[in-house]
Design a protein. Structure first.
Length: 170
């Protein structure tokens, strides 16, 4: 009988501790903001609210874009557009392409030779070297012109280039 009494007290103590620990976690979990890292489970209404906010922001951005398109002052100038986009340029044998400062060029087809200036050649960013006048242009290498001082490429054969930035074909 004494053993049963002790056993019952132990079982009651364990159950009491379990209830206290579980209650503590339940109370602690209810204090988190829905959707926060402490309570990642959210309700459908919370998700719908966030989607509505996002839709409103997207609508405002679209309206701003449409109103800016109607203003003639905000049009992109052609020289600004060409400096930010890759352009395919084809030149014939004997022609040359003279590049402006900061222009990038890649030879995609044909053969060409470097035109340099007194201050240096064209930077081959692929190999990390300076290409001087008379050197053959390596195909598929990214080349960059540091200054607008007449540097460029003369075509030995018909050439296809990818150009980013200002240039002139002569």
């Amino acid at each position: 009988m004494l053993k049963d009494l002790i056993r019952n007290k132990v079982v009651i103590s364990i159950l009491s501790c379990s209830i206290i620990v579980t209650s503590t976690y339940i109370v602690k979990a209810s204090g988190y903001e829905p959707g926060s890292s402490g309570d990642p489970v959210v309700t459908k209404s919370y998700v719908d609210m966030k989607i509505d906010e996002l839709a409103k922001n997207v609508t405002e951005v679209i309206e701003n874009i449409n109103t800016n398109k109607q203003k003639p002052d905000t049009e992109v100038k052609p020289e600004d557009k060409s400096s930010n986009e890759l352009e395919i340029v084809q030149i014939e044998a004997g022609q040359s392409i003279i590049l402006e400062s900061g222009s990038e060029i890649i030879l995609r087809g044909g053969e060409g030779s470097i035109i340099d200036s007194e201050l240096g050649g064209i930077a081959d960013l692929t190999q990390g070297i300076d290409l001087r006048g008379g050197y053959d242009v390596p195909a598929n290498h990214l080349l960059m012109v540091p200054r607008s001082d007449g540097r460029g490429i003369v075509a030995k054969t018909n050439c296809i280039f990818m150009v980013k930035g200002g240039y002139e074909v002569k």
